[in-house]
Structures are given as C-alpha cells and as structure tokens.
Ligand binder design. Structure first.
Ligand code: PRP
Ligand code: URA
Length: 199
C-alpha cells in the first residue's frame, strides 16, 4: 500500500489535497515500522473478566520533530498512531545555489533529551538538512533518534550514515540520483510546494 500511494504522489497530475492525504496515510503505515522495536514492559491490568499481565511501551516517551516545511506533512499520520507524542519543530531551508541548509527556527519539548525522537522529512536529497537537524538534536542531549523519510537519494543516505551512524533511517523508496539542482530523480518534485500548494 505504501508503494501504491507513493506512485500516486509522484504523478505530477496529483494535486495538493490528495498529495497531503497520501503523505499522511503513508506516514501512519511507516510509523508501524519506525515504532516496532520500542521496548515494552509488563503491566498488571484487570479486564472485565479477570486480571492479566499485558504489554505497554516502557521508559522513554516519543517526540516527533518535523523539519519545516515539508516534514510537517508526516506529523499527523504519526500522531494518529501515537496521540500522546510531543511535537518539536526545526526550521531549515536549502540555499538554492549552494544547496547548503540554513537554520531559521528551533522549538523543542523541554524534556526532548529523555524521549525517543522521530525526525520527519519526506525528502532526503543531499542529506545536509537531515544531518544538521540530527546534530541540533544531539547538541540538546538526544540519544535515541530515528529518521523517517519518504524518498531518498543514495547520496543522502550515505551522508546521514557517515555523519550519524547511530541513527536508523526509514524510507519508502531509494531513488536513482540527484540532478544538478540537487533534486531527487525520479523523485516527486518539491515536496513543500506540493504539500502547501505554493507553486
Ligand atoms: C526540502 C526537503 C528537505 C530538504 C532536502 O526542503 O523537505 O528538508 O529539501 O534536501 P537536502 O537533503 O539536500 O538537504 P526545502 O529546503 O525545499 O525547504 P521547504 O520544505 O521549506 O520547502
Ligand atoms: N527537496 C525536495 O522537496 N525535493 C527534492 O527532490 C530535493 C529536495
């Protein structure tokens, strides 16, 4: 279903309303993979029939940190899965000429260093934005971080693995290459513009 939905998102004829909806749906489905190995603990509860020992997520709670703007499109799918998750925001944009990320915003939950953090951004192109966001989180004491993207270029995966070998990366597709403007090919175009309808 993830591949089916991604194919519709890639199609240039797909408009913002469907693009947003599909990104939300894929994020929920990917959230299952991203959270599948969170540690569980036994708790005692009582069903209407009897007492039992059952499982709950133990220890650290979750925080979702979208990289603005496009990462916002993946938040609602994850909060549908984990309604109690806190949400932080990191604002980064790529300089159009150098393709280097520029930071313009950072607001994170106070206890972010005690949480499992899922960083979201649909596009992992050169990997510069994701790598800088992960560095910012580590500077604030975060130790358990996962990166969830939709489409990645091999170059972006290699960059994040080199800079942050401790961070697991989850992607729905690994595409062929980056073009001269550092856009992912075949990709889906500019994710932020397609989510928010700005072009
Ligand atoms: C896009 C995308 C990533 C970044 C990926 O954001 O959402 O954050 O580019 O590129 P990179 O891997 O080469 O760093 P963009 O800079 O277009 O900002 P926007 O989401 O605000 O449009
Ligand atoms: N950002 C996007 O939105 N798309 C790309 O292909 C690369 C960076």
């Amino acid at each position: 279903m993830i591949q089916h939905k991604l194919t519709i998102m890639r199609d240039k004829e797909t408009g913002s309303k469907d693009f947003r909806q599909l990104l939300e749906e894929i994020s929920l489905l990917m959230g299952y993979e991203v959270t599948r190995d969170l540690p569980l603990e036994d708790v005692e509860i009582e069903t209407p029939l009897c007492k039992m020992t059952s499982k709950k997520v133990s220890g650290r709670k979750l925080a979702i940190v979208p990289i603005l703007r496009a990462g916002m499109g993946m938040v609602r799918g994850l909060t549908t899965l984990v309604p109690v998750a806190k949400v932080g925001h990191i604002g980064l944009y790529r300089n159009e000429k150098t393709h280097e990320p520029v930071v313009y915003y950072c607001k994170l939950p106070e206890d972010i260093n005690r949480r499992y953090v899922i960083v979201t951004d649909p596009m992992l192109a050169t990997g510069g934005s994701a790598s800088d966001a992960l560095t910012m989180l580590k500077e604030r004491g975060c130790k358990k971080i996962r990166l969830m993207c939709l489409v990645a270029a091999p170059e972006g995966i290699a960059r994040v693995q080199k800079d942050h070998p401790d961070v697991n990366i989850y992607v729905a597709a690994v595409d062929d290459h980056l073009n001269e403007d550092a856009y992912i090919v075949p990709g889906l175009g500019d994710a932020g513009d397609r989510i928010f309808g700005t072009k």
